[in-house]
Ligand binder design. Structure first.
Ligand code: UD1
Length: 452
């Protein structure tokens, strides 16, 4: 804990910002670069905590990295693997260590040891789909209890062999891990029911530049051929669709108008539809998207999160804040993670009228229908929001609280875990200030955690 955030709400956001590079792309691209010994240059790299962790992880195993933060570029080359042991201190740091297995298992005879998976506290976040797919390719994966936490040991002493893999759910991470491992697997690997998120497509484009023969086939199918010869790559990280949606919702919830330079239209399609359904406005330009408030938002909508091209699960938290400002009853059904409404407790504390349900309040029952998890909510709006002292549970909920705080009429203080936001939002405070938000970062004393 390094700082708190003090936010005075009630001010419409106005102005222009530029979208940062996508967190969920750049981190995977850095890991994918480990497949080869060639130099890779990434442009439009965001300066966020998740990139720092990934850079540290790659350096740990021997990558030579130059990160020019002014220029927003990272060059990375991994000619030799110094170690294949990812230390326990990275346990729970993010979702990247597990992907190291896919990138490295076909490149070395050594066993790869990675700590258990971390990330946001939004559900169990199992890795069974990753391990099943890697085992089908011939990797041996073992889970071991270490001193404090567990670790996965992975090896493919007899090499990997291409095969047909059907993912029971189109998991983003499992698709990425399988894709990476398939690059070093003998022959052809076919992945059925693969995730098709824009970040996966971007990874595929990167792999093609690297020299991999990879095809996207109908019905969520990806096919990869073993590759031994790689090329140097230059790749620009696409705009972060989560960051774009986050600022768009902050603009509309505060009844403002914000142009987001660099925002792409296609990955925002379902978000824009959802926004339009409640009366939020936007204009798409060749160099970005402008979001603006025009007249009172209409509730009465039913929204379901889903895998791409559906409404993304990372968008639902700030969207819930928008629904608290929309007239009528709206229903949100989370079908991707079983436990992603914990943050609504704080929104209620701030004045929102939100009811939670364990049922599937949706058109079709989802995977969690018989599991008794709170995964549907009903939001009644509009309700005024009141600033409070609050703490942040995870990254996207954190931004939802920022939107709520900017919408509230008085002051909100984020007293705990404000630094979670730095994991995924580049230059958050400065960006928000540049569009008129009254938000201040106050450093905390390192020992007593009181404001300095
Ligand atoms: C990625 C994104 C995250 C986004 C999510 C869904 C990154 C760093 N994070 O997360 O922002 O919310 O995609 O779009 O890219 N599952 C299993 N077994 C597995 C793997 C996943 O059951 O082995 C389940 C998960 O518990 C979850 C669902 O599948 O319920 C989706 O997970 P997944 O698509 O893998 O998400 P991430 O890759 O972790």
């Amino acid at each position: 804990m390094t700082h708190i955030l003090r936010i005075q709400g009630g001010q419409p956001l106005q102005g222009e910002i530029t979208a940062a590079g996508a967190k969920n792309s750049v981190t995977k691209l850095l890991v994918a670069s480990l497949l080869s010994d060639k130099l890779c240059l990434f442009r439009n790299v965001p300066n966020i905590g998740e990139v720092k962790i990934t850079v540290d992880l790659c350096r740990e195993i021997g990558s030579k990295i130059t990160w020019d933060q002014q220029d927003k570029t990272i060059s990375i080359q991994t000619q030799e693997l110094k170690t294949t042991y990812i230390p326990q201190r990275y346990s729970g740091s993010n979702r990247i260590p597990i992907l190291m297995i896919g990138a490295l298992v076909g490149r070395t005879d050594e066993s790869i040891i990675v700590p258990t998976v971390g990330g946001d506290l939004i559900g169990q976040r199992p890795v069974d789909l990753h391990t099943h797919a890697l085992e089908k390719l011939g990797a041996k994966i073992e889970y071991r209890v270490m001193k404090t936490e567990g670790a996965y040991l992975a090896s493919a002493h007899h090499g990997l062999k291409g095969t047909t893999i059907h993912l029971n759910y189109p998991s983003v991470g499992a698709t990425e891990n399988t894709l990476l491992a398939a690059v070093h697997a003998q022959g052809v690997t076919t992945i059925h029911n693969a995730a098709m998120e824009p970040e996966i497509i971007d990874l595929i484009l990167f792999l093609q530049k690297l020299g991999v023969y990879v095809q996207i086939l109908p019905n969520r199918t990806i096919q990869v051929q073993k590759t031994c010869t790689f090329h140097e790559v230059e790749h620009t990280v696409p705009a972060d669709r989560n960051e774009v949606a986050s600022y768009a919702m902050a603009a509309i919830s505060t009844q403002g108008r914000v142009m987001i330079k660099g925002a792409h239209h296609l990955p925002m399609l379902s978000f824009l539809n959802a926004l339009q359904s409640i009366g939020g406005r936007f204009r798409v330009f060749s160099d970005g998207i402008e979001f603006f408030y025009d007249k009172p938002l209409r509730g009465g909508v039913h929204l379901e999160t889903d895998v791409h091209p559906g409404f993304m699960t990372d968008w639902q938290q700030p969207f819930t804040v928008l629904l608290t400002q929309a007239v009528g009853l709206s229903v949100l059904h989370e079908t991707v993670y079983e436990n992603r409404f914990g943050y609504t407790h704080t929104l209620r504390f701030m004045g929102a009228d939100i009811q939670s349900f364990t049922n599937c309040l949706g058109s079709l029952p989802c995977r969690f229908v018989h599991q008794n998890h709170v995964h549907s909510i009903v939001v009644r709006g509009p309700t005024p929001l009141h600033g409070q002292e609050i703490s942040i549970p995870d990254l996207r909920a954190g931004f939802a609280y920022i939107v709520a705080a900017l919408t509230a009429s008085n002051e909100t203080v984020i007293t705990k875990n404000a630094d979670f936001l730095d994991r995924g939002y580049e230059d958050l405070v400065r960006k928000l200030q540049s569009i008129g938000a009254q938000i201040q970062k106050e450093a905390l004393h390192p020992l007593c955690h009181a404001p300095i």
